[in-house]
Ligand binder design. Structure first.
Ligand code: SF4
Length: 383
């Protein structure tokens, strides 16, 4: 029997009993009523000392903001709630390990114009905004995202578009930030039109956590606008199966119906999703939402995130626990984004037991061993 179920964002603190359905289903209302102060959070959650101190002290690093939709998923008393750990600051964020960096992926040093990261030959990352619907405590771009730290994102759209027009080797543009789906439909359409009009740009990708934080934003109007810009890919960001509510599933369904190809990028986080059981449920639910698990990221070495990171061995153990135990479509590629800017490095369990000139011994997901010839025999004509 399939035990996977979808539930609505519980009508708890903010549910329909207290809010009209039209407000609740409005992205504008959700954004206007984001939870962001200690007083608002404490109205609904019992906080531990580490959380209370964290909320008070982290305001100059990365803002706190949580949509009511997402806030409703937080357990009111459990500090280990996997949803809570992603968005409620903790005092540990003020501790910096010597291995940690402000810009661990080396993005700032690969910007030919402000806001446009050109690291790989044929693709670019275009940071179009520094705002998100809610803020993840492990954000790779916490140095600029949310607008409260000293460093500001100073994207110059016209310069970026000119650079892209004059750089014919770029065939793939990833819009990210911040969250591009926070733009109004008309603003996003203007940007997509400019990119779509550049002949050598073959496809556009959008990275967004809005389908998870703010599924009310995934309106039929948005989907109808996006579908004008195919091939259009969307990388969503879900880390835990409880994030995949009925509202999220329905929003993703609208995007899929509009022909948007979707993949999920999740981050491996301690006491959030660092078990095979949670990851298996996540990837299976994603497939039911018509989203293919794409990457599982080892946590970047962001300042103040050691309490959320796991060992690399944990990621390997998870992939090993998925491969062969569930559909191949459900298995993400586990990657380490090389500290300092070396790009994504795939990391896999070792399935080759031994290899010499004659034979390669492999093991399968059950640990059984199989032999395959290392070198193929010269091909002979059969005529
Ligand atoms: S949604 Fe993405 S960019 Fe925004 S805070 Fe989360 S990880 Fe960072």
């Amino acid at each position: 029997m399939n035990e996977i179920t979808f539930s609505p964002s519980a009508p708890g603190y903010w549910g329909p009993a207290k809010v009209s359905p039209s407000d609740w289903n409005s992205a504008k209302w959700q954004l206007k009523n984001r939870v962001s102060t200690l007083a608002e959070i404490e109205k609904h959650l019992t906080l531990c000392d580490e959380e209370r101190a964290g909320i008070l002290l982290t305001g100059t690093k990365l803002a706190t903001a949580i949509t009511p939709h997402y806030f409703n998923l937080i357990h009111p008393t459990d500090p280990d709630c996997p949803i809570r750990r992603q968005v409620i600051p903790r005092i540990e964020e003020t501790h910096t390990d010597p291995s940690e960096m402000a810009d661990p992926c080396g993005e700032d040093s690969h910007m030919p114009v402000p806001g446009l990261v050109h690291r790989y030959p044929d693709r670019v990352l275009f940071l179009v905004t520094d705002r998100c619907a809610a803020y993840c405590r492990y954000c790779t771009r916490s140095r600029v995202v949310s607008g409260v730290s000293d460093q500001k994102l100073e994207t110059q759209w016209d310069k970026a578009i000119d650079y892209l027009k004059n750089t014919p080797q770029v065939r793939d543009v990833l819009l990210s930030g911040g969250d591009p789906l926070l733009f109004s439909d008309s603003k996003l359409e203007r940007l997509l039109s400019k990119l779509h009009a550049i002949p050598h740009i073959q496809f556009i990708r959008i990275g967004s956590r809005i389908p998870i934080f703010l599924p009310q934003r995934i309106t039929p109007e948005l989907c109808a606008m996006l579908k004008k810009f195919h091939p259009l890919f969307l990388s969503i960001h879900s880390n835990h199966p409880d994030e995949l509510t009925t509202e999220v599933r329905d929003g993703l369904g609208r995007l899929a119906d509009a022909g948007i190809v979707m993949g999920n990028q999740s981050v491996l986080l301690e006491r959030v999703n660092d078990s095979v059981e949670v990851q298996k449920k996540l990837v299976q639910k994603l497939l039911m939402c018509r989203v293919r698990p794409y990457y599982l990221y080892q946590g970047d070495l962001i300042q103040g995130t050691a309490h959320l990171r796991t060992d690399i061995a944990k990621g390997i153990e998870i992939i090993e626990g998925l491969r062969g135990h569930t559909s191949g479509y459900a298995i993400p590629q586990y990657v380490v984004d090389a500290p300092g800017g070396g790009g994504k490095i795939p990391v896999n369990p070792q399935y080759i037991v031994e290899s010499n000139d004659q034979q390669t011994i492999l093991r399968n997901y059950e640990g059984k061993q199989f032999t395959y010839p290392t070198t193929q025999l010269p091909k002979k004509s059969v005529l």
